[in-house]
Design a protein around this ligand. Structure first.
Ligand SMILES: N[C@@H](CCOP(=O)(O)O)C(=O)O
Length: 462
């Protein structure tokens, strides 16, 4: 399998090279040159596999330059850290299926890919006797998942930027209480979008990137998206077994377009997805795009679901590449227009094709809190505020023709304030959070300035 950049100036990479490159050197995002198709016999066989076996089947189609035994070992070790034997179990409540993606070390779906990516980086670095300095931006969940993915690993330093005061208290503590010498937490005075722009700008300085062997843990790294494709197939297997359904719907809370893009890839591989429902919070550039073709940046607004407080959705570029039929020149022009004007326009024909792929809803703050409360009263099940946006959107947009799976992207204990407001209850804390407030913390507050972050990184890089 070869990899190419959406911007057309990097191609012919192997999987290993794509993982190590992170952001493509031409500023684009890497994609496989083709999407492998799965036939109905394979789909049937896959639906009976345990999670790590399924992960191997899917990832091995894309990671063709990693020997099977090594890949199996990487995958097995990655999912052995999950506290649930099924890794990502599916539960049925109140007419919808909930795909619980929060049984990893940091209680969010990001662990599914970042436990794997951490092990993969370690494996690739060891093979070549290299070192890596990871730089990533987070709106709350990626940061701690990436830190837990690489903590204690040799030859890796990690620098994570989070927006100061704009993540939940538990999300912040999950990052800042990791005081290992290779972990650097930077709280930037700005938004997640500022952090993500800094990361991309730093990767865009290819000489700097090479000098410091930079690695990417955000979903700009193809391995992130790939590992997330697996749980769509896994959920299908579980629900199909339960219902013998011919097709399935997914409702996905998303801010950076990575999680739902993984579902889109699963569909292109042949998973029989009928509806892919995108749930936005009040930072709704993505749902405005899908419903009205209005892809224009607004102000970032604080919501009860801070991980989705994003206006510039990174993976949108990958989808745009497909929407433009792989025309890299047109894509480069679109990205230039967007960076200059803060908006993009689409033809009626393009909008039609977008709406064939996705349905979307904006779920406001009040609806999010009300959904947590109503769902809890009906089912005794606590949703986190991100998951609640997806459950609300599924209720409004799900056709009812096929079962709908809502992705439960985080554990409610990470957002105890929203849960208390909605239900008057304190979410039960998983063991990993016990006494987190009492632990030692390490974090520096800095300006959202690329030069400042570059200097900081250069001084501490290994
Ligand atoms: N929602 C994310 C933002 C970063 O997105 P990523 O999927 O590109 O890592 C977060 O919680 O940090």
């Amino acid at each position: 399998m070869q990899y190419l950049s959406t911007r057309g100036r990097v191609n012919g990479l192997s999987f290993k090279q794509a993982v190590m490159m992170g952001l493509a050197d031409d500023g684009g995002l890497l994609l496989p040159a083709e999407i492998p198709r799965v036939n109905s016999g394979e789909l049937e066989a896959w639906s009976r596999l345990a999670y790590p076996e399924l992960a191997f089947q899917i990832i091995s189609r894309y990671a063709t330059d990693i020997p099977a035994a090594d890949l199996k070992d990487l995958i097995d070790r990655s999912y052995a850290t999950f506290t649930h034997p099924e890794v990502t179990p599916v539960v049925h409540r109140d007419g919808v299926y909930i795909l619980e993606l929060f049984h990893g070390p940091t209680l969010a779906f990001k662990d599914v890919a970042l436990q794997f990516l951490g092990n993969l980086f370690e494996y690739l670095l060891r093979q070549n006797g290299e070192k890596m300095n990871i730089i990533g931006a987070t709106s709350g969940d990626t940061g701690s998942a990436a830190i837990y993915g690489v903590r204690g690993k040799q030859n890796i330093n990690i620098f994570i930027l989070h927006p100061h005061g704009k993540v939940s208290p538990i999300q912040e503590l999950q990052m800042t209480t990791v005081t290992d010498p290779n972990v650097f937490n930077l709280a930037i005075r700005g938004t997640f979008d500022d952090g993500q722009a800094i990361v991309k700008e730093i990767f865009g300085d290819v000489a700097f990137k090479q000098r410091h062997s930079l690695g990417a843990v955000n979903s700009i790294n193809w391995a992130r998206v790939l590992a997330q494709v697996v749980y769509y197939f896994y959920a299908w297997g579980r629900v199909h077994k339960d219902t013998s359904c011919k097709k399935i719907n997914f409702s996905v809370p998303t801010g950076n377009f990575g999680d739902i893009f993984a579902g889109y890839i699963a569909k292109r591989m042949g998973l029989p997805i009928d509806q892919l429902i995108l749930a936005s919070n009040e930072n709704n550039i993505l749902s405005r795009f899908i419903n009205h073709g209005d892809y224009s940046i607004g102000e970032v607004r604080p919501t009860p679901s801070p991980s989705m407080d994003i206006q510039k959705a990174s993976n949108f570029e990958r989808y745009l590449y497909y929407l433009l039929d792989g025309d890299s020149r047109a894509l480069r022009k679109a990205m230039e227009d967007f960076n200059r004007d803060g908006k993009l326009e689409f033809s009626a024909e393009q909008l039609h094709s977008v709406q064939n792929e996705f349905a979307a809803l904006t779920v406001d703050n009040e609806q999010t809190i009300a959904t947590i409360g109503d769902f809890f009263r009906r089912t005794d099940y606590l949703l986190d505020p991100h998951t609640a946006t997806g459950v609300h959107a599924a209720g409004k947009l799900g056709s009812g023709r096929y079962p709908t799976v809502c992705l439960a992207t985080a554990h409610p204990a990470k957002f105890d304030q929203a849960v208390r407001e909605a239900t008057g209850r304190e979410p039960q804390r998983p063991a990993g959070l016990a006494g987190i407030e009492q632990r030692e913390q390490r974090c520096e507050i800095v300006d959202a300035d690329t030069a400042v972050i570059k200097a900081y990184l250069a001084e501490r890089a290994i």
